[in-house]
Design a protein around this ligand. Structure first.
Ligand SMILES: [Ca+2]
Ligand SMILES: [Ca+2]
Ligand SMILES: [Ca+2]
Ligand SMILES: [Ca+2]
Length: 170
């Protein structure tokens, strides 16, 4: 005999939400990489679509934007492209940004990659963040210590310690 649970089957109502997966939604990836000390590093951002691009492809403009990392500070190279395409049947597109290595002591800094003027898709996350991870530290050196201040015949009235930055990285 099979049990019955009438109190559980009466009066129950559920809501089923059917997510629309028939139209593509775009998002831009985030990238976080060490800066490097010389030369350049490519930060590769991926624009991806939830489903393959329809006939005619998905088109958009894509460009970098300063945040705490700036073009003026030579942290990375500005890049802006119009009319980029994810071809029909494909899901993704990549966009390289050139980050400049240096030995300046900086905090981690970031810039953005934005997509605009999108056709044939909606935008889920239209902004990628590029985080340039600091890999530089100051190396401080005590170059002089003077403890004879105000002694008889001393050339200096006060004791002092002199510190300088010997190098921008180890
Ligand atoms: Ca560096
Ligand atoms: Ca900087
Ligand atoms: Ca930098
Ligand atoms: Ca740096």
């Amino acid at each position: 005999m099979s049990p019955t649970y009438p109190e559980q089957v009466s009066g129950w109502a559920g809501t089923g939400t059917i997510l629309n997966d028939d139209s593509p939604v775009l998002s831009v990836s985030d990238v976080s990489t060490n800066e490097g000390n010389s030369g350049t590093t490519s930060f590769t951002f991926t624009v991806s679509s939830t489903i393959p691009a329809p006939t005619g492809g998905i088109t958009f403009d894509i460009a970098t934007q300063d945040n705490t990392a700036t073009v003026a500070n030579n942290d990375y190279a500005a890049r802006s492209l119009s009319g980029q395409t994810i071809p029909a049947g494909q899901n993704s597109y990549t966009f390289d940004v050139t980050v400049n290595g240096d030995t300046l002591v900086e905090p981690n800094e970031s810039f953005f990659v934005n997509i605009t003027n999108v056709t044939n898709a909606s935008v889920g996350d239209g902004q990628g963040a590029g985080t340039i991870q600091n890999d530089d530290t100051a190396l401080l050196v005590i170059s002089q210590v003077y403890g004879g201040g105000d002694n008889s015949g001393a050339p200096f009235r006060n004791d002092f310690v002199e510190i300088y930055i010997a190098a921008r990285r180890p």
